[in-house]
Design a protein around this ligand. Structure first.
Ligand SMILES: Cc1cc2nc3c(=O)[nH]c(=O)nc-3n(C[C@H](O)[C@H](O)[C@H](O)COP(=O)(O)O)c2cc1C
Length: 153
C-alpha cells in the first residue's frame, strides 16, 4: 500500500478538553448525493471511541507545511488525546463541534452515518454537513514510507 501516494489527513473528533485525532491516509469520497466520505480507523486508536461517542468527525486535509503536525498526530512524539491539539496550530469548530484545523487545505465536518467493522479497523461513513477550504496551497503526500512535498519536487 505504501506505493500508492496518498493525501495526508487528520481525522478528529470530540469537544475541547476531550478531543482526539489521528493522522490517516485511509480517506475517500463515497457519494456526491448525499455528500458522503469514508475513513478507516483502527479500533484500538484513541480516536475511535470518541467518533462513536460523539457521532461525528472531521477530515482535515493537510498542506505541505503540516508535516510536523502529521507526525504529532501519528503518535511520533508520544502525545495522545487532547495533548496533540496543544501545539501552535489553531483548531476551530463548525456545525458538529468536532475539531477543525485552521490552515488545512480543506476540512470536512461530518456527522457519523454508518459504521462497519472489519478485522482491526472500522469503516466510518460520514455525511458532510459543513466544511471550508483554502484556494491556494499544496498538499502533503505520503509515499514509500515518507512525506512528500510536490511543490518542492
Ligand atoms: C502517513 C500515515 C497514515 C496513517 N493512516 C492511518 C489510517 O488511515 N487509519 C488509521 O487508523 N491509522 C493510520 N495511521 C496510524 C495512526 O496515525 C497512528 O497509529 C496514531 O498514533 C493512532 O492514534 P492513537 O495513538 O490515538 O492510537 C497512519 C499513520 C501515518 C504516519
Amino acid at each position: 500500500m505504501r506505493h500508492q501516494a496518498g493525501a495526508v489527513t487528520i481525522i478528529a473528533a470530540g469537544r475541547p478538553g476531550v478531543r482526539a485525532g489521528l493522522t490517516a491516509t485511509a480517506f475517500s469520497s463515497l457519494s456526491d448525493s448525499p455528500p458522503t466520505v469514508l475513513v478507516c480507523v483502527q479500533r484500538r486508536s484513541g480516536t475511535h471511541g470518541v467518533i462513536v461517542a460523539s457521532k461525528a468527525f472531521t477530515v482535515n486535509i493537510l498542506a505541505r507545511e503540516h508535516q510536523s503536525l502529521a507526525e504529532r498526530f501519528s503518535g511520533k512524539a508520544g502525545l495522545s488525546g487532547e495533548q496533540r491539539f496543544l501545539g501552535d496550530d489553531v483548531w476551530d469548530v463548525l456545525q458538529t463541534g468536532s475539531p477543525v484545523l485552521a490552515g488545512a487545505l480543506a476540512s470536512l465536518d461530518c456527522e457519523l452515518l454508518d459504521e462497519h467493522q472489519f478485522a482491526t479497523h472500522s469503516i466510518f461513513i460520514g455525511r458532510v454537513i459543513d466544511g471550508r477550504f483554502r484556494s491556494e496551497g499544496e498538499p502533503l503526500l505520503y509515499f514509500r514510507n515518507d512525506y512528500w512535498d510536490i511543490g518542492a519536487r
